[in-house]
Design a protein around this ligand. Sequence first.
Ligand code: HAM
Length: 419
Amino acid sequence: MINIPKGTKDVLPSQSYKWQYIEQTAKEVARVFNIKEIRTPVFEHTELFRRGVGETTDVVGKEMYTFEDKGGRSITLKPEGTAGAVRLFVENGLSSTPMPVKTWYMTPAFRYERPQAGRLREFHQFGIEVFGSKSAETDAEVIFAASSFLDKLGIKKVKLEINSIGCKSCRADYNRALKEYFKSRLSEMCETCRTRFDTNPLRMLDCKEERCKEIGVNAPEILDYLCDDCKTHFEKVKSMLKEQGVEYTVNPRIVRGLDYYSRTVFEFVSNEIGAQGTVCGGGRYDGLVAELGGPETPAIGFAAGIERLMLLMDNTGVEYPQEPKPVIYIAGMDEKSRAEAFKIAQALRNSGISAEIDHMERSVKAQLKYADKLGARFVAVIGESELQSGEVNIKNMSDGSSEAVKISDIYSYLKQKEN
Ligand code: HAM
């Protein structure tokens, strides 16, 4: 017996309707926000993530599934969706199409992390990336789209936290202040933080080591270092959220785990799913398109982790709509009537009604038991007398009532009951 790899999950037939529901909800949100789907490969050239996500991040430094393919290229399974979306935008010349370019994706993503509740090695993200607008309205719209997705799913126990991590120019001042702050305690910090001190001090605030977290508690806050433009931008985003009644708190400690961010960053977090409480995260990345070879193009987006959302929904009693059930089960008593049941089921299916029949040569009694287990709404039993009269009794399983219906009228009967 070969087991599933650590940190991955199967979706069982009895559970897949939950995935479909979340996917449909995501598509519905994308539709009303006029956002178009994109699909990018599951693997990309490793360089894309090194440059895009950033060498100093845990994702690139420690967690990527990287291998050499048979042609000697370094290939990486995507650890997130943004870098691939940006590559698609640049490579396909979308920058010369009318702006903004609003895209969404549903994708598996791979990170070699220590698995725990809500943290997997293969997980799935629903993401939105909007290219071409630098306005605060776009930040607000992207946050509304995320919030509307969570709302539509019936998720209540999440809080929106936002921050601004400034632009290149204010970040330089802030990095200097961080270095000044950490300088005297550097020898007490982990090796990664010591490297980050030189390469990217902002990342030191993202360290998971308890000791480093403690040392960082009183570190200077980015919001005190924002330039006037970044300040104005952030104020506008906040006022638009307020206007729309979207509740948020400003959390100056949010720096996000990936290097491409600038200005607005945000997370939807929950206390109901343990240590991995961020169900959705995103922000602006105004420099990434140019970094990956495209023209200067502001952009903003987010991604929500589907498995974390499901964990949150399960832990907080959010209900899914009912699993779809067959409309009718048609049982056959003998060979001839089973053949007729097969024909009727096929005709119903061709007309869009879900119908089930026996595949296991069960007795009629066992077929009826099975139909009940399946949750079929109606059951019909066909035997010699039904074949002769051309009429069957259709039993309504919810109230036990039954009606005689001509075999040729089964479709219209079920259609009328559907309404
Ligand atoms: P991220 O915060 O790294 O951002 O991931 C987004 C979401 O993916 C997380 O909030 C979480 O729900 C889920 N997630 C991340 N890692 C795991 C894991 N190991 N197991 C289960 N779920 C996980 C990004 O990936 C950015 N690309 C988001 C973005 C899009 N920013 C701008 N545009």
